[in-house]
Design a binder for this molecule. Structure first.
Ligand SMILES: N[C@@H](CCC(=O)N[C@@H](CS)C(=O)NCC(=O)O)C(=O)O
Length: 201
């Protein structure tokens, strides 16, 4: 059975849990003892030398990085639904996966870690980055229901988790009405699972 090594509080882990559930794939969730440093143990570092969750194990396949894992699950189990075959649409999905790893992580993700765990941060810079990101997302979602093409893809899931966790990042989503409608559309997908702290709080 597929195994997902995760922290319950991790938004990057949530993205993977979300796609596993949307695909209705049987899987075992293994909570790594972060407080005890289990993610830096030799056994865990053998799976991910960066010492981070999520890690997915599917038979002989061991994968790190939430974006990479979403791509694997989409390609292997998504029956063409979650990652487009078209080169241009596929490239657009990749563009949003980069945004998830960069702007989303350095903006809303970093603010959340700062407020939950006291992680040092240039708060005004992270707030500016988040506002710019939310403005672009809002413009994009004013024109279409999903980030790429006419159906949901891993682009939506990769960006979703830390935007939905905006309340814990002390970001107000109310001005971004198209983003809020998109969150509701994702939350209405059959098999959707959320996590504590997500919008609506
Ligand atoms: N690019 C990675 C980032 C993973 C990441 O930052 N994981 C966090 C939890 S959300 C973690 O394991 N932090 C512990 C650490 O870095 O020591 C991904 O998308 O999976």
């Amino acid at each position: 059975m597929i195994k997902l090594y995760q922290f319950p509080i991790s938004g990057n882990s949530h993205k993977v849990r979300l796609l596993l559930n949307l695909l209705k794939l049987p899987h075992e969730v293994i909570n790594v003892a972060g407080a005890q440093g289990e993610h830096k143990s030799p056994a865990f570092l053998a799976m991910n030398p960066f010492g981070q969750v999520p890690v997915l194990v599917d038979g002989d396949v061991v994968l790190r990085d939430s974006q990479a894992i979403l791509f694997y699950l989409a390609q292997r189990y998504g029956q063409g639904q979650w990652f487009p075959a078209d080169a241009v649409l596929g490239a657009q999905v990749m563009g949003w996966l980069s945004v998830a790893a960069s702007e989303v992580s350095r903006g809303p993700g970093a603010l959340r870690l700062h407020y939950l765990f006291g992680r040092p941060l240039d708060v005004p810079a992270a707030e500016k980055l988040s506002a710019d990101l939310l403005t672009v997302l809002n413009q994009q979602l004013a024109q279409a229901d999903w980030l790429v093409g006419t159906q949901t893809s891993i682009a939506d899931l990769a960006v979703y988790s830390y935007i939905a966790l905006a309340p814990q990042a002390r970001l107000d989503l109310a001005p971004y009405t198209h983003v809020v409608q998109w969150l509701h559309r994702i939350q209405a997908l059959p098999g959707y699972v959320g996590m504590d702290g997500m919008f609506p709080a």
